[in-house]
Design a protein around this ligand. Structure first.
Ligand code: PBG
Length: 332
């Protein structure tokens, strides 16, 4: 880029002087169509339980999920992403709850499809919300076994798709699972089911409130560093994305968001594939904690963070702020 001219002929502040010129020269825009709303599900009836470490976020029972998501539908949010809360006493070593056709995910998908046929449903494919040890896969000699895990995830993805999940989103970081899941879906004729791959997912400290929300906090043994990425790495993220696209991913995701904007930017630039970013629980809770103390303005911090994802090149954002942001966008 080359700009002729220097001060005082050039005054960068001229275009900033009035709201209408600022609007004309804005390079990026955030719209309601960019937002995906994560939803936590819980057993029971008539429940809307607050998640203590995520102010404003609830776990909702299946009988209330359609009503809960109606706000998103009315605002024009294209999709929700479902996550089940499973207390430790309901979990087991192999995460068999993931393969129960009557589990929270499947029941919620059926309820949402019936109530809101135009709402996209994204389902998380991983075992961490079902295993007693809190890992995303099954343990063999203390190590998360790649192929055994992938095989279970294939069955989980088919089950979810048959229940009405439109987009399966493997968040487990096993090698080769995108190709296996695509093949398993196709073998069942589920050729329209999309795959949103958590392609570049880092072993992050920012997931802590999420683990509260899904009941994994006390459960997780050790950490996830043998499968999730090292925060030191960039090129490796591009290799992960390249592999997942080659295996048939329809959309790729980078996670977490704000600390990894460089990754979002490079992924979008290098591949030009639909690129999503997850503004994770810790990012949400940091802002909300500061808001509660009066240290940050809620709306400004929320919108600035969301705009940063657009500027970096994301096509869309999974955000716990989705409904609040959509309301603000609609109001003016
Ligand atoms: C697990 C999963 C995690 C999140 C989404 N799917 C947590 C983890 O990997 O431990 C985190 C989302 C968030 O923090 O908001 N498969």
């Amino acid at each position: 880029m080359h700009f002729a001219g220097a001060f005082p002929a050039t005054r960068m502040r001229r275009n900033r002087r009035d709201a209408w010129t600022r609007a004309l020269v804005a390079e990026n825009a955030l719209t309601v169509a960019d937002l995906i709303w994560p939803i936590f599900l819980t057993e029971g009836e008539n429940r809307q339980d607050p998640v203590p470490s995520m102010p404003g976020v609830i776990r909702v029972s299946v009988d209330r999920v359609a009503e809960h998501c109606a706000q998103a539908v009315e605002l024009g949010i294209p999709a929700v992403a479902l996550f089940p809360y499973t207390p430790v006493e309901k979990r087991d070593e192999e995460g068999t709850g993931a393969l129960d056709p009557e589990n929270l995910m499947c029941r919620a998908a059926r309820a949402l499809k019936a109530a809101h046929p135009g709402l996209g449903i994204i389902g998380d494919v991983a075992l961490d919300t079902h295993t007693v040890h809190g890992h995303d896969g099954v343990l063999r000699d203390g190590y998360v076994h790649n192929e055994d895990t992938a095989e279970i995830l294939c069955r989980m993805a088919v089950l979810m798709a048959e229940a009405g999940v439109d987009v399966v989103a493997p968040s487990d970081m096993m090698d080769g699972r995108i190709g296996s899941i695509r093949a398993a879906l196709d073998a069942r004729g589920l050729i329209h089911t999309r795959i949103m791959s958590y392609a570049a997912k880092y072993a992050s400290g920012f997931y802590a409130p999420f683990r509260d929300a899904v009941g994994s906090t006390g459960a997780l043994r050790g950490d996830k560093k043998t499968y999730q990425m090292d925060p030191a790495n960039t090129d490796e993220a591009l290799r992960e994305v390249a592999l997942d696209l080659a295996e048939g991913a329809d959309m790729v995701m980078v996670k977490p968001g704000l600390p990894y904007l460089d990754i979002v930017h490079r992924v979008r630039r290098e591949f030009g594939a639909p690129t999503f970013v997850y503004q994770v629980s810790g990012e949400y809770s940091m802002i909300m904690a500061a808001v509660e103390r009066g240290w940050l303005d809620h709306d400004r911090a929320m919108m600035e963070a969301l705009m940063a994802f657009k500027r970096a090149g994301a096509n869309g954002v999974l955000s716990y702020f989705a409904v609040a942001a959509a309301r603000l966008l609609r109001s003016g």
